[in-house]
Design a binder for this molecule. Structure first.
Ligand code: ADP
Ligand code: MG
Length: 319
């Protein structure tokens, strides 16, 4: 049983309340509050030392990233950020670390206009859980389940940058020194696509943020939508740093590593002009990768050949 099988088996139940518009299984839940003109968007994620960040990672990076992964889920719903809760488990009070943590946390919170409104603080192994709240107009959220055969598949920004950062830090990849800082920044301080997500609401038929890798996360769209997809790997948006590493690492870091926090989304053909209309507003770019097809397979093509990555993506209970 893997991470997602576990969630399905133990924690996915039919909703008992009419206010739950969307429950377990998407990037965030949607709640309709009686009398409110917007739906509440709710998401939570945990980062654990030694699993999601290295032992001894700087407080700034941990604070920034713990919030970023949650904000990215709001982005994937097309939500406007509202507020967040912070649950901290700390082995001891380390003032210098906490000052850095707070700076990283509030730097991103200020950038996306999120207020910290509560949380919990306990002594224990170092971990950070954030619950982020946002809002969307009723019916205006991006979901994983709206893709249809004939829709086009897109991704924002570059893929595989966080993987290059990870391999660089661990010494497994020797990029030219001037490329170290950019790829480490993409690993430590991803830019959640909040503005992009809101602009894509009404254009995209389905969306997800890439936390576990394109193959796994597009796979979640396909499963939720009951469709397949064909992707042309030669269309993958790869940076010049990635080009420099390609001979060593191949396609897989861009496909299965994750941690990029870009958006993967689908657009019906008739809304492609609307996508072209918003594209100039965003420097990350939206890159066409391939098409949604009938069936349930994800086929990756490298020219005429079908490509199979070595693994499918990050999963906490793989195998
Ligand atoms: P994401 O990567 O977008 O944060 P996850 O892969 O962590 O999403 O989770 C997939 C879905 O399962 C989400 O809707 C999440 O809220 C839900 N989920 C994860 N763990 C649990 C749990 N223990 N109980 C209920 N729902 C869960
Ligand atoms: Mg997500």
């Amino acid at each position: 049983m893997d991470e997602f099988g576990l969630i399905d088996h133990y924690f996915t139940r039919p909703s008992r309340r009419p206010e739950v518009v969307l429950g377990v299984g998407d990037d965030a839940a949607l709640l309709a509050l009686p009398g409110a003109d917007r739906h509440l968007v709710v998401t939570t994620d945990t980062l654990i030392e030694g699993v999601h960040f290295a032992l001894g990672a700087p407080g700034y990076d941990v604070g920034y990233k713990a919030l970023a992964v949650n904000v990215s889920d709001l982005a994937a719903m097309g939500a406007r950020p509202l507020a967040f809760l912070l649950n901290l488990s700390l082995p001891a009070i380390d003032r210098a670390w906490l000052a850095g943590f707070r700076e990283g946390l509030f730097t991103l919170a200020d950038a996306v206009a999120l207020d910290l409104v509560g949380g919990d603080t306990v002594r224990g192994p170092l971990s950070v859980t954030i619950t982020a709240l946002g809002t969307v107009p009723p019916g205006g959220a991006l979901r994983r389940s709206g893709a249809r055969a004939g829709d086009r598949v897109y991704v924002s920004g570059f893929l595989g940058e966080a993987a290059l950062g990870f391999f660089t830090r661990s010494g497994r990849l020797a990029l030219p020194p001037e490329l170290h800082a950019p790829v480490l920044a993409r690993l430590d301080r991803p830019l959640p696509r909040i503005q992009e997500g809101q602009a894509l609401a009404g254009i995209a038929s389905a969306a997800i943020d890439i936390s576990d890798g394109l193959v796994a996360d597009l796979g979640h769209i396909l499963k939720a939508s009951g469709v397949g997809a064909e992707i042309d790997l030669r269309r993958l948006p790869l940076s010049s740093a990635y080009d420099a590493a390609f001979a060593t690492v191949g396609y897989d870091p861009a496909l299965v590593f994750g941690d990029d926090y870009e958006l993967c989304f689908t657009v019906p053909p008739e809304r492609v002009p609307a996508l072209a209309g918003i594209t100039p507003r965003f420097s990350c770019g939206f890159h066409y990768l391939g098409d949604i097809v009938a069936g349930h397979e994800l086929v990756l093509r490298d020219g005429q050949d079908v490509y199979a990555p070595a693994r499918s993506g990050y999963n906490h209970f793989d195998g």
